[in-house]
Design a protein around this ligand. Sequence first.
Ligand code: AMP
Length: 307
Amino acid sequence: MSSTQGGAEPIAVVGSVAFDTLETPHGRADDELGGAATHFAVAASFFAPVALVAPIGDDFPQAALAYLAERGIDCTGLERRAGKTFRWHGRYHEDMNKRDTLHLDLGVFATFAPTVHEAIRRAPYLFLGNIDPVLQRSVLEQFASPRLVGLDTMNHWIAEARAPLEALLSRVDILVINDEEARELSGEDNIVRAARRILGYGARSIIVKRGEYGAILFSPESVFAVPAFPLERVFDPTGAGDTFAGGMMGHLAATGDVSHANLRRAIVYGTVLASFVVEDFGGRRMRTLDRDAIEQRYRQFVALTTF
Ligand code: AMP
């Protein structure tokens, strides 16, 4: 069962629920349960109640639903439709900060138009996972007054849907993107300048993920940087970004504290969660993870960065 903290507030996440084929320098795995929203939801479920909003196909197995339910994840927003679940096939380079998408099959995602259930719409924390910004906006508009909105995106949408994406940014509290996306969105090569420009588009804060080099939070008042947790072996980076976001928002929802000081702690929790997911293929490592191991690594992280 999940072990969320009492008093934690609910989080809703919309995005992909998928089956992934993963190739890394360490091997290959087929049909791993993945998807950006899945990785986010599993990570956040260690801290707070989470509702998952996504389409799944008629091929989505009961065992995967049972696993999500076991983690305490609310699956009432998973819409089962005739057709196939989203599929993604990715291959990492020797330098695992780089990967290629070999194949992507939208399946039931191609016609997804989410109607969020009444109960889920009241969630104070909302994460708009990496999907078409037009869909992200339609989900956001169904929420009465979320306390905190996070958003992820990718190069594809920056290139193909820039106008709706930029229009969304003024309604976003935390934009979570990687360094390459920050450069593309801003047109600036330097990450600091890129972040400043994106803040100018209206996002209240930006977290730039830099893979094995960590993450940097930019807000109008300050900059905060964390390294990645140093691991001897990164097995498969898939889902690290979404797991980071899930751990971070999970901590904010668990504490109900969205202050800047707590956002810094939340970023460390996100970093810790991401450091676990990369230890095995897809989300496998999360199946054996528990809160004690999370807290232990959090303390190690604090020791590592204190001077
Ligand atoms: P990350 O490694 O954090 O970027 O997340 C990888 C996850 O995102 C995988 O589990 C994929 O199923 C999912 N994914 C990959 N490409 C897309 C896409 N174009 N839209 C939505 N989800 C995607």
